[in-house]
Every structure is written in C-alpha cells, then in structure tokens.
Design a protein. Sequence first.
Length: 380
Amino acid sequence: MDLQDYRQQIDRIDDELCRLFVQRMQIVDQVGEYKRANGQPVNSSSREREVLARISKAMPPALEDFGRALYRSMFHISKAYEAMHKEKDSLLYNEISTLIHSKPEQFPKRAVVACQGREGAYSQAAAERIFEVPEIMFNNSFEGVIRMVTGGMCQYGVLPIENSTAGSVNEIYDLLIKYNVHIVRSTRIKIDHLLLGARGTQMKDVKVIYSHPQAITQCSQFLGSLKDVQVVPVENTAIAAQRVAKDETRTSASISSRSCVELYNMEILNEQIQNYDGNHTRFICISKDARIYPGADRTSIMMVISNKPGSLYGVLSRFNATGANLVKLESRPIPNRDFEFMFYFDIELSIYDDKFASLISELEHCEENFKYLGTYSEIV
C-alpha cells in the first residue's frame, strides 16, 4: 500500500465518523428535550464519568488518555449544541436581545466623561478619539473615575486596560470585578513618551524623574542608561508634568505626552525614550448601564472558573465550538479567596449571529460566577 491508499482508508473512516457524529448529536438533542420536559438538569457529571470509564476500558492502553480527551471534547461540543435551546432560559441573553432589537441608538457625539489624571493625560486623548465633543472631568485615581460614573456625576469614563509593550493594567481588571459597570466602546492610542523639564532645565542637572508606573516600564531601557537618577512613580504622566513644571530647582523631569509641552510650558529634554516605536495603549469607555450601539462586534466577559483539571479547557472549547475568535484572555486572583481566579475574555463574534446566543447562554450556565461586561466596537 502507498500513501494514497492510507489516505483513502482515512477518508472512508472520516465519512463514517461524520455519519455517527450527526446521529449522536440528534440523540443528544432528544435527550435534552426529554430532560427539559421532565424538569431534569441537562448536564450530568455522573453520566460523563460513567462514559469516560467505559471508554477507558474500551481503548488500548496507548490510546486511553487520547480517547478520554476526545470524549471530553465531545461533551463540551454537546453542551454548546444544547445551549442553542436554552436562550429563552437565559435572563442575560434576554436582556442583551432587548438591547440589540430596541430602536438603534447612535453613539453620542457629546458627553460628560471622567478621565484619570490632568490635562495632557493619554486618557484625555482617548476620550477625544471616542467622543467628538467630550466634556472631561478629571480624577486622580482609576477607582475615582469609576465612582464618578456609577455615582452619576459623569455619563462615561475612559480607562487604560492594556499596553502593547508593558502588558495589562491589572488594577483595571480588579476594578471591573469590584464594580458593576459596562464597556460600550474601546480605542487604541499611539503612545509617544518624551522626557520633559521646566523651562531652562539641563539634562545633566536632572536628579529625579517622575511618571506613571506603566510609562516607566515602557521607557525602562532609557532609564536604565541613566546614572544617579531616581525614578519616582506617580498617579499619571500629566500629573508628573505638572509637578515638574513647578520645580524651581530645575533638577527634575517627567515622562509625559507631547501635549504637556505646551500645556505646562515645558522643555523637551529627550524625544526618543520609549523601548519600542510601536507602543499603543488600549482604552475602554465605560457606562453605568449596559448599552449596545450599532456596529458592536466585540464582547467582554468575566467568570470564575472552578479550580479543577480541564476547567479552563472546557470553557475554551465552547469558544472553539461556536467559532468565536478569542482575542484576549487575562486571569486575576480573587481577593480573599485563596488560589481562585477570575478570567477576563474578549471575544469577536457578531451579536446578530445565532452562535452568539448559544455561547452567552452556555457560558452563563457553566460556571458559578459569570459577569457580562458589554458588547461594543473598537475605533482605531
């Protein structure tokens, strides 16, 4: 036999597998209908264990682990298929469906927007990218921004969530766990860090540099080349610039944006200080209430996943079964709960796709704590 003969054998086996798979899923559907009609839970851990034990005995030792893996995947696919029948039982999906099918509301051009920092902060640039005419109110902390939104002082808030070189802003993920807010839009801002000093400052005289911890990380190579210079983290790059602008000793500098040069009448000491030219920060726009605006194609969720072998794989297999593109996965430890984590997911899947209903309905039922953060679009 040659290679072509082997391939033809595999094709015949695959044809039979396809026929049996369709037959199996049809029976899965019938079992689900029976359980729903008789008020029985659709998922059964004991039944899964029973099947895995039987499969293990039927497999040769060399294939036993692979056989169990195959059937675990089969269980997840069956659950995802069953979820297509559970949308009406999902309160969350019904709420999302109401938002989707209500009268389309265009994203506002004008709004009162909370940002962290001061005039000249990168969050201000993000707010001006998201809104045509934002009325910006500043707060010193990220949590303060969220409280301004949840308290009704501002309609929206803009927060940095990840940077292309320094990674995720972990504090934001922790705040998304703590507060009930919704993401309604996102954007990416090109970050260009400059070293700034008060007018008349000479680089040779600089003894201390102030900036936000993320900016410090993004400029670590430049800072590592300096001798006898103290680096001090502060709340924001614009706050750093404002502080340095008032330094009459001319011995401090800040890592800040170009807009701070004119705002605070500062001197550019160095323009090439970030580690990489392709430095972007992604910002999210939050609101108190869930809203879905036209063009939304990205969904963010959070969930607690049980600390058991294969639990994360089980969730990821649901994304795979529905064809959803998982573009972000982040884990954060849950305060006061040892060795338990909240997982954050960004998913690209049209809300008008029937698979979206299936995915949301299944995820809502599959774990102990599921949090829908919003469906939105990202502007570039």
